[in-house]
Structures are given as structure tokens and as C-alpha cells.
Design a binder for this molecule. Structure first.
Ligand code: ATP
Length: 251
């Protein structure tokens, strides 16, 4: 279980996130939505213990900032928007890095069971046939799937995703989110995703948290949170009206 209570965090003593409270049960996937700059990534960074925070963030009853690095890696993985830094590794080697937290020594080679997990993770994202390709030779979407496979191999309790679909075509966006939903349900894990596409949020999330200026302004089931008036207030545009107009164009 993830429990966030009276959370404040930000940069240079300036709080971006202010008094945020929410809980996520195991098996659940939640989406965090809100306009640019409202603090969504900052919130994820605090849960991943990348930035300091005030208040409390507990995973399975233990405060996030009390885990050591390896313990933390077995609890939480943050998949950010992909960086442009390419290491000279193959897909297989990159995904193997996900098993780091479970290795005893830093340069130990992977054991049979770890190898199986790595292969299984690569198969899940559909990259098995090119597993020996260098990651520098991949498209943005393929690279995103490599990082997802690495995250699956890490097998944390919580996967945090920061706009995970931004390099993917529609088929792969849907596949990625389906993989994550199934992963959470089958393994009793948690997915917390920042998504901008409200259609995907409506379709895939169990619960939604809407953030505006660093504060939660609505939380609950997608149908409750994605209400026309609320969206208008926060995004300053009639989202539903626009969506309906778009749908009409398809007819
Ligand atoms: N490393 C940093 N140092 C100082 N300020 C930062 C840093 N990262 C983000 N900010 C500021 O914190 C605020 C929230 O940023 P954050 O990236 O959390 O927003 P977001 O909701 O994820 O935005 P977006 O939808 O555009 O990705 C912004 O005003 C941003 O300028």
C-alpha cells in the first residue's frame, strides 16, 4: 500500500506540492492529471525519494526516505520521459540492469532465474527478436519499451510513470497501459501514472487524482473526477465539448 500524508516538497525551499494526501491499494492503478507545471513530476520524484519532502510517504508501512538504495529499488521504480543519453548496451543488457537490486555483488553475472525474468520482461514488451540490438540503434518508441522491460525486470512494488506514452504510436500506447494494468492486478502491485491524454486516463485508470497549482483538487473514480466543470476550471478549456466535437468528425 502507498500512503501519502500531508506532503510538501519542491525545490530550493520553495514548496511546489502542498498538503497532498492520498492512498493507493495494492492491485490498483491511478493516474495523476493536471496542467503543465502543476507539480505532477515533482510529486512522482518525492515518491521515488529523488527529492526531499516534508510529511509522510509510506510504502507497506515504511517511510520512503528510510530505505537504503537497494531496498528502495525493490519497492519503487520511476520511468521518466526518456533521456537522450545512450549507453553502449544491447536491449538484453539494459533490461538486465533491472535486476541490480537483487544481486549480491556489483559485477556478479545474472543467475538462471534472473535471466528468465529478463527474457520474460523483454518478451512482454515485444522486443525479444531484437534483444541483442544496441539501444543506440532503436527508435524512441522501442527505447521506451526497453525501459518498461527494465522496470518489469526490477519488479518493484510500485511503478511510477511520467508520461510513458509520449513516444509511442496508439497501438503501443494501449499495449503499454494494458501491460501495466495487468501487471498490477496479477501481481498485486501499484501503478501511479502521469498521463496527459484524458481518453487514456478515462479508459485505463482505477482512480484519478487531479492536481492544480500543487494541490489535489479532485480524486476518485475517473467518471467522478473527469467532470466537465472541473476540467474546465483546471484546464481552462471545455475538454468534454472538444472531445465530443472530435468524435463527431470521425463519423
Ligand atoms: N529541478 C527543478 N528546480 C527548480 N524548479 C523546478 C525543477 N523541476 C521543476 N521545477 C518547477 O516546479 C514546477 C512543477 O514542475 P513539474 O515538472 O513537477 O510539473 P508537471 O506538472 O510535471 O509539468 P508538465 O505537465 O509540464 O510535465 C514548475 O514550476 C517547474 O518550473
Amino acid at each position: 500500500m502507498l500512503e501519502v500524508k500531508e506532503l510538501y516538497c519542491g525545490y530550493d525551499n520553495n514548496d511546489i506540492i502542498k498538503n497532498v494526501n492520498f492512498e493507493v491499494e495494492k492491485g490498483e492503478n491511478i493516474c495523476i492529471i493536471g496542467p503543465n507545471g502543476c507539480g505532477k513530476s515533482t510529486l512522482l520524484k518525492s515518491i521515488a525519494n529523488i527529492i526531499d519532502y516534508k510529511g509522510s510517504i509510506k510504502i507497506d508501512g515504511k517511510e520512503v526516505n528510510t530505505f537504503n538504495r537497494k531496498e528502495l529499488a525493490t519497492k519503487v521504480a520511476l520511468m521518466s520521459q526518456i533521456s537522450q543519453i545512450y549507453f553502449p548496451y544491447t536491449i538484453y543488457e539494459t533490461v538486465s540492469l533491472g535486476r541490480y537490486a537483487y544481486m549480491k555483488g556489483p559485477f556478479q553475472s545474472l543467475k538462471g532465474e534472473d535471466r528468465d525474468i529478463v527474457i520474460d520482461s523483454i518478451e512482454k514488451v515485444g522486443l525479444y527478436d531484437i534483444k541483442d540490438k544496441m539501444i543506440s540503434e532503436l527508435s524512441g518508441g522501442q527505447l521506451q519499451r526497453v525501459f518498461l522491460a527494465r522496470t518489469f525486470a526490477q519488479n518493484p512494488e510500485i511503478i511510477l510513470l511520467d508520461e510513458p506514452t509520449n513516444h509511442l504510436d496508439l497501438k503501443h500506447q494501449i499495449e503499454l497501459l494494458q501491460h501495466l494494468v495487468i501487471w498490477a492486478k496479477d501481481n498485486n502491485k501499484i501503478v501511479v501514472g502521469v498521463l496527459h491524454d484524458l481518453n487514456l486516463v478515462q479508459y485505463f485508470s482505477d482512480n484519478v487524482i487531479m492536481v492544480s497549482k500543487g494541490e489535489i483538487v479532485a480524486k476518485g473514480k475517473p467518471k467522478e473526477v473527469l467532470r466537465s466543470e472541473k476540467l474546465k476550471q483546471v484546464y481552462d478549456i471545455d475538454v468534454k465539448k472538444f472531445m465530443i466535437e472530435v468524435l463527431k468528425k470521425w463519423e
